[in-house]
Design a binder for this molecule. Structure first.
Ligand SMILES: [Mg+2]
Ligand SMILES: [Zn+2]
Length: 182
């Protein structure tokens, strides 16, 4: 099974420094949903791993998150795309949990649930926390310049071995054409 792990905010939908707190604030990045559909068409399964400390901070609750994700799944379905599961960390940094990125806990949960080796998966994120978590988990790691990604590049915080793309669509372009060559 080919599995891709995606961050959510700044990769699939527009990020916000004030947190994405409701479905009203959830807006897809142009081209991201179509990119996910293209991965599906090429035999990839997609799982999301996302830090949602807004829950732990009391900014929104589980039901608001569920409605947001229902909107995401619905929007994806209209372009023929599908996300298999959303794994999220609801904790704040003070909780010192194992699942908040840069810790690799969410990825390990995904590996267990789907029975995959993380070394065989690709992780695409927009923040230095995503990159650190993906590298710690042993994933192939890609950074997109959307969301916080441009800042990471400008600050020179792209670790060795991380590939950089303009957005999810160009990262997917790379994955799909590479897959065709094999
Ligand atoms: Mg992000
Ligand atoms: Zn957590």
């Amino acid at each position: 099974m080919k599995l891709i792990i995606l961050d959510r905010d700044g990769v699939i939908n527009e990020d916000s420094d004030e947190y994405v707190k409701s479905h009203h604030e959830w807006r897809a990045i142009p081209g991201s949903l179509e990119a996910i559909a293209r991965l599906n068409q090429n035999g990839y399964r997609i799982v999301v791993a996302t830090n949602q400390s807004g829950i732990g901070r009391g900014l929104f609750d589980m039901s608001a998150l569920n409605v947001m994700h229902a909107k995401m799944h619905r929007a994806l379905a209209t372009v023929g795309g599908k996300i298999d599961a959303v794994f999220f960390c609801p904790h704040t940094p003070e909780d010192q949990c194992d699942c908040r990125k840069p810790k690799p806990g969410l990825f390990q949960q995904i590996a267990k649930r789907f029975g995959v080796e993380l070394g065989q998966t690709t992780m695409i994120g927009d923040s230095d926390r995503d990159l650190a978590a993906g590298l710690a988990a042993g994933c192939e790691v890609m950074l997109v310049r959307t969301g916080k990604g441009e800042r990471v590049v400008l600050d020179g915080k792209v670790p060795e071995g991380v590939q950089v793309f303009d957005n999810l669509a160009t990262a997917v372009d790379h994955l799909v054409t590479r897959g065709e060559r094999v």
